[in-house]
Write a new protein. Sequence first.
Length: 62
Amino acid sequence: KRIEELDAQMAADAVKLAKPDLYMRDNATFAKLTKAMDAARAEKEAAELRWLELAEMVEGTS
């Protein structure tokens, strides 16, 4: 579920970042969105890795 939430957050942020004038008009928001995207991407990668580890543990015990 958390991975789905992160995907949704990244998609919403990507739409905002796609606005061509965002960087020139509102540099602070651009920086905030970029930082949020990086953090969400890192959290998603960690969650996916943990999910794979748990799946391997379950497969190993069955």
